[in-house]
Design a protein around this ligand. Structure first.
Ligand code: NAD
Length: 297
């Protein structure tokens, strides 16, 4: 007889997440590691080489320094948080005693699936396996493992120390206990959680791209200037930043990739990437990071 896949109830759950492994020490990984260390977790930060691990640890130190300078954290709290954080180049060693693994490596399905296979083999049986993907299917990532019930989307926002939301994404097989443990963890590290079913773009990216694409089409049609389109949302709808300025901040290439993915998955014209977006990406105008997008920097 073929052994059935682990069902949700068969997974022994930790009552509390104390030790975290974060895979990928880039923009998101260092932010997640810093936030968890700050609110009491022991954290191991992993990347593919020592230089990248160190860069991630340095970025956490810089975040804490800013928090101390702004009076949001004492220097004793910063020092205690840093004591709870260490770097590790081996994935297997990083996850060996984790209660929760958060994967934050580049947005490529084959890369994430291969990593989850390795993580499942090396992490404790009770560990939750989280992914910070902003658009890929949790169910598809989970299907690289034998225990999809413990795989969950943990979608944080950039910069992690500042943005209050954690979008918890429930895959087809994610257990209720795993969603509850993920929520408890999110609240412990001071995030407000929403729970979303695994569907393209979840709640955040789907609505964000819909608004951004329409703003770009309006810009293309000459409805108004970039500044005025953004002001419409900032002053008329109380958005903290306009859709075009946000596109510049996130990166036009990143937004194009997500838009193409949503268009493929959902089929509606809302997600067809605007021509102006394609043109600007081809011209290397990727937003703030290249000095020019809808605005000049
Ligand atoms: N940047 C954002 O605003 C944002 C927001 C929410 C979610 N995300 C998602 O978070 C994930 C990471 O994005 P990012 O912006 O932090 O990317 P990034 O490029 O800044 O960092 C990714 C890091 O992963 C490392 N890495 C690559 N392969 C690895 C492996 N096998 N093991 C360990 N580390 C590995 C890279 O060296 C790099 O340091 C992506 O899935 C992205 O879609 C990004």
């Amino acid at each position: 007889m073929i052994a059935p896949q682990s069902l949700p109830d068969e997974i022994p759950m930790t009552p509390e997440i104390k030790t975290l492994a974060v895979l990928g020490a880039g923009t998101m990984g260092h932010g997640i590691a810093g936030q968890a260390a700050r609110f009491g977790c022991t954290v191991v930060l992993n990347d593919i080489d020592e230089a990248r691990v160190q860069k991630g640890l340095d970025a956490v130190r810089a975040t804490f320094r800013t928090a101390v300078d702004k009076g949001k954290m004492t220097s004793d709290e910063a020092a205690a948080s840093l004591d709870r954080l260490r770097g590790e180049v081996s994935v297997e060693a990083a996850v060996a005693s984790a209660d929760l693994v958060v994967e934050a490596v580049p947005e490529q399905m084959p890369l994430k699936r291969a990593l989850f296979e390795r993580v499942e083999a090396a992490a404790p049986a009770h560990a939750l396996l989280g992914t910070n993907t902003s658009s890929l299917s949790i169910t598809e990532i989970a299907s690289a493992t034998k225990t999809p019930a413990r795989v969950v989307g943990l979608h944080f926002f950039n910069p992690v120390a500042v943005m209050p939301l954690l979008e918890i994404v429930r895959g087809e097989h994610t257990s209720d206990a795993v969603v509850a443990a993920a929520r408890a963890f999110g609240e412990r590290i001071q995030k407000t959680c929403i729970v979303v079913r695994d569907s393209p773009g979840f709640a955040t990216s789907r609505l964000g791209i819909a608004l951004g694409n329409e703003a770009m089409r309006m810009f293309e049609e000459g409805v108004a200037s970039a500044e005025d389109i953004d002001k419409a949302m900032v002053l008329g709808y109380r958005h903290p930043i306009g859709p075009l300025a946000l596109t510049d901040l996130v990166g036009l290439d990143v937004r194009l990739a997500i838009s193409e993915h949503l268009h493929r998955e959902l089929g509606t014209d809302t997600f067809r990437p605007p021509q102006v977006l394609r043109r600007m990406v081809r011209a290397g105008k990727l937003g703030k990071k290249t000095g020019e997008g809808f605005y000049k920097y």
